[in-house]
Ligand binder design. Structure first.
Ligand code: ADP
Length: 481
């Protein structure tokens, strides 16, 4: 089976969040199960340094009048994953993140930038002979690839099968009608049962509307998004397409996220040899000038700072738990008010709180390794990867019962035999505090902590399972089996 996977970011080449982890790991796991998979992403600055066996591919055309778009092919060294890069200097050779300029705002022409990614994917899907490789199925990810199924549908009846994965329904690629007109799409598709969404273009809606199957990244989130509370205005369409909608839980790349062989940790450890975890805690306390005290529970956060992630709740309860002796290490960036709030509290309590604003892959590993608990109090969470990493590091996650968090972390009411973390219900400071209190109580019981860590570290969310599920879905879309 030949599969073209299209995404706007991919670890280790370019990453702003969980999508990159998925796009970097899922195709490798699929390859290992015999699938002939190639990945398409934009050629952002700096990517080529990390790609091997680079070759110039064919020119595809100039859909929007910004110059010829061509393809580059190459491989990722460690995994051998085959890549195609959409090369358009006018659209992609810019400083900033894949989506935002240096001023922190969306690029004004993101509709064309990701329209071009979708368009290039559609050209490959339609004219595989250009590359001697014709995909049986195209797997699109998030709004940045949402126009691909639309282009294919409009161009021809004879097209590969299409699967569209929603990694986060909140980000839907909304643009104005005048921008729609830049994209070479017929006016006839700009209608409520097409790509139109309250008078504007929704690229995510396009992906949902025109694909053969829709997935999202956890079974629970697949149910939630069919309700008005989580549906972001698309719940009606998702209910309408529910026969074609399913949830496949993301996986973890245990080559990258495992305390046994994590090069960023001060000391490796594993399930039956947990003692060195303390060294990682001391290392973290040292690095940030926190009180060097093994008896103080250390809570970690690695996250985008946004309302979604519920970090305002953490800010709300933090002073109370500092006074109870807890310490916090926070890494993240995003919302200015949250950034400032966490910075300020670190200045007020330098022995108890350390805040790092920014993106730091290495520090994110050290926080996973060195903390006792890991906080993910999201208001909604399509899957969430950090709580799964935390489980593997025996850093007990404290999560809200929503989306993929509810699918991956367990806390029973009466029994700790299956418990792997702490789970709370409503997104309130009160309920989060109650969960933190339960965690603090467990911390005072070393025997219980040891047992819970073992239960957490034994959880297995490998990509093999997720890849198997995707391949089964592909077969059902292609052959009806
Ligand atoms: P989302 O994709 O919604 O941001 P996920 O939990 O699915 O959330 O994935 C987040 C990924 O990004 C994880 O790999 C996490 O470790 C990483 N991450 C988030 N913020 C930072 C940061 N400030 N520095 C380093 N890594 C980060």
């Amino acid at each position: 089976m030949k599969v073209l996977l299209v995404a706007s970011e991919l670890f280790p080449l370019v990453k702003t969040g969980g999508l990159a982890d998925v796009a970097g790991s899922l195709p490798v796991a699929m390859m290992q199960q015999g699938c002939d998979v190639r990945v398409l992403l934009p050629n952002y600055p700096g990517i080529l340094d990390k790609v091997e066996n680079l070759e110039q591919g064919p020119q595809l055309g100039d859909p929007y009048g910004h110059g010829e778009i061509s393809l580059l092919s190459g491989q990722i060294a460690e995994s051998g994953l085959e890549l195609w890069l959409v090369d358009s200097p006018a659209l992609f050779n810019r400083p900033g993140t894949p989506y935002l300029g240096l001023d922190g705002y969306d690029y004004q022409d993101n509709h064309k930038r990701f329209g071009a990614l979708s368009w290039a994917g559609a050209v490959i899907a339609q004219h595989g002979r250009l590359l001697n490789w014709q995909p049986d199925l195209v797997h699109c990810n998030d709004w940045q690839t949402g126009l691909l199924p639309a282009y294919l549908k409009i161009w021809s009846q004879q097209r590969p099968a299409m699967v569209f994965t929603i990694h986060n329904l909140l980000f839907s690629g909304i643009f104005d009608y005048f921008q729609y007109r830049d994209l070479g799409l017929p006016d006839g598709e700009f209608r409520p049962d097409g790509m139109e969404f309250f008078g504007r273009l929704s690229m995510l809606k396009s992906g949902i509307q025109y694909s053969d199957a829709i997935t999202t990244v956890s079974p629970n989130y697949a149910k939630e998004i069919q309700t008005p509370e989580f549906g972001c205005g698309l719940d009606g369409l998702l209910r309408h397409r529910s026969d074609h909608l399913s949830g496949i839980l993301n996986g973890v790349d245990y080559h990258i996220w495992s305390p046994e062989n994590d090069p960023y940790l001060a000391a490796p450890y594993f399930e039956n040899h947990q003692e060195p975890k303390q060294l990682n805690k001391i290392d973290l306390q040292n690095r940030f000038g926190l009180d060097q005290d093994p008896n103080k529970p250390l809570f970690g956060v690695v996250s985008r700072m946004s309302e979604q992630k519920g970090l305002d709740l953490v800010l709300e309860v933090l002073p109370y738990f500092i006074h109870k002796g807890a310490q916090f290490v926070i890494l993240g960036s995003g919302d200015r008010i949250l950034e400032e709030g966490f910075q300020q509290i670190a200045v007020e309590y330098p022995k108890s709180v350390a805040t790092t604003i920014g993106y730091d892959e290495q520090l994110s590993h050290r926080i996973q390794g060195g903390c006792d608990f890991f906080l993910v109090p999201s208001r909604f969470e399509p899957c969430g990867l950090t709580q799964m990493y935390a489980l593997k590091y025996g850093t007990l996650p404290i999560v809200r019962h929503t989306g993929g968090l509810a699918d991956t972390v367990w806390e029973g009411t009466y029994d700790d035999a299956m418990q792997t973390g702490f789970v709370f219900g409503k997104a309130t400071g009160f309920e989060l505090s109650a969960a933190l209190d339960r965690a603090m109580q467990a911390f005072r019981n070393p025997g219980l902590m040891h047992k819970l860590r073992i239960q957490a570290m034994r959880q297995n969310f490998s990509w093999d399972r997720a890849a198997g599920n995707y391949l089964a879905l592909y077969r059902s879309v292609l052959y009806g089996v």
